[in-house]
Design a protein around this ligand. Structure first.
Ligand SMILES: [Zn+2]
Length: 423
């Protein structure tokens, strides 16, 4: 009996303006065969790990509970820095909060149907927070597991970048054809890896895009075979965030130390958790009383676009806290050396040299026009060919759209299904 299925491909970091007949012929053709979401929006921060949790749960960080790509967790006297991409952070997070994400992932919602497949060539954090309670068949270089997070023993050596993406795509298509899951998600590391490493619009970026395009074509071909066998397959192709080009890198924690807000450069009382073009600044210990003063100082810095505290954060879908300031790094009009529009400063903790290395290369994490505009199109039932939707949609709409296609209840998510959007 053929059942409905949802196949999603995330090309990490892909900007909609780079989906053209010249750069990505397969994606451009698929875009015309389906509905294009021109005003798709990411979350704050527009960073991969929290975005992966948002795509999986259809919810913003305020609802699912993973703040960003990295964060400070409280320790005596202040905070300790943690990278959410590291494999061990998964257990650190569980110990700290006594739970995994606060909202169920799509994989959990389809567990009683034909289950979920996830094949990811991004960081362990981005992969595992997509399925935090372990309901999927997961394929990842760090760990392959089945439902219940039971390791399968399979080892996949897939380096970050196009070569590893090709390995994960082949494994994804095998699992898709063999298991016929209700939902199947392939998360490619490109073009993001190359966009970070080289100027946007460079040959390196365009070559990575062409590679990702061929993998999307291979998945679309597998989807066609499933449709020929009678499955009602919805194909969504998109990304988690876009990119801006780096103007400069600011060592935010060092600057706060130099301005006198910290006693020691790497002391725990103020910890900066950079999110690329944004940052979270945690205030603990005896720095807690200097938070409002620090916010005023930050507002005066030319490398800061915006400062968010308290309820401002909740309005952005972010977890509020009276021990936190979030900053969006300064945006600029104009384009990089390859005439790609969208410029932003980026945040680091201490290093003064990063700006020289990163200038013109891609970055994301903040609230800039391009970094918060990931690509998305949908091909299948409920999505008219050639239609463009200009009203605002969100990466939190992807999970509800999948649920709607599968005939499951769409409730308990921040996003809503995209079927039936008309303008
Ligand atoms: Zn990403």
């Amino acid at each position: 009996m053929a059942h409905p299925m949802v196949v999603t491909v995330i090309c990490d970091g892909n900007r909609p303006d780079f989906i053209t007949d010249a750069t990505t012929p397969a994606m451009a053709a698929l875009k015309r065969a389906g509905t294009w979401f021109a005003n798709q929006r990411g979350i704050f921060p527009s960073a991969t790990r929290a975005s992966s949790a948002s795509i999986a749960t259809g919810s913003h960080p305020i609802s699912h509970g993973l703040r960003g790509n990295c964060m400070g967790l409280p320790i005596p006297g202040g905070f300790e820095f943690h990278d959410a991409g590291k494999p061990e952070f998964f257990d650190t997070y569980r110990r700290h909060y006594g739970r995994m994400l606060a909202r169920p992932a799509l994989a959990e919602r389809v567990a009683d149907l034909q289950g979920a497949v996830m094949s990811a060539n991004v960081s362990p954090g981005a992969a595992f927070f997509h399925d935090s309670y372990g309901h999927a068949h997961m394929y990842h270089r760090e760990l392959c597991y089945g439902p219940g997070r039971v390791p399968t023993g399979e080892k996949i050596a897939s380096p970050s970048g196009g070569e590893g993406d090709a390995i994960m795509t082949r494994r994804f298509i095998e699992a898709l054809m063999e298991k016929r899951p209700s939902t199947a998600t392939l998360w490619l590391s490109e073009p993001d890896v190359s966009m970070h490493a080289a100027p946007l619009g460079s040959d390196v970026h365009l070559k990575a895009l062409a590679g990702a395009d061929r993998m999307v074509a291979d998945v679309a071909e597998a989807v066609d075979r499933l449709r020929d066998e009678g499955h009602d397959v919805l194909l969504m192709v998109g990304s988690d965030h876009g990119h801006e080009s780096v103007t400069d890198a600011i060592p935010v924690e060092r600057r706060l130390f130099e301005a006198g807000f910290k006693k020691e450069l790497d002391g725990p009382e103020i910890v900066v958790a950079p999110q690329g073009c944004a940052a979270f600044i945690h205030f603990g210990g005896d720095a807690a009383s200097r938070r409002v003063e620090a916010a005023e100082w930050l507002r005066q810095q030319d490398w800061v676009e915006d400062v968010f505290m308290g309820e401002d954060l909740a309005r952005l879908g972010q977890i509020p806290g009276d021990d936190l300031i979030a900053i969006d790094m300064a945006k600029a009009e104009g384009a990089n050396i390859n005439r790609v529009p969208g410029l932003s400063a980026m945040a680091v903790r201490f290093d003064e040299e990063v700006g020289e290395i990163r200038r013109h290369c891609g970055m994301h994490g903040g609230r800039g026009r391009y970094e918060t505009n990931p690509a998305l199109f949908a091909v299948g039932r409920g999505f008219e060919a050639g239609r463009e939707i200009f009203s605002e949609t969100s990466i939190t709409d992807i999970a509800p759209t999948a649920l709607s296609h599968l005939g499951l209840e769409v409730s308990g998510l921040d996003g809503s299904a995209l079927q039936g959007r008309s303008s």
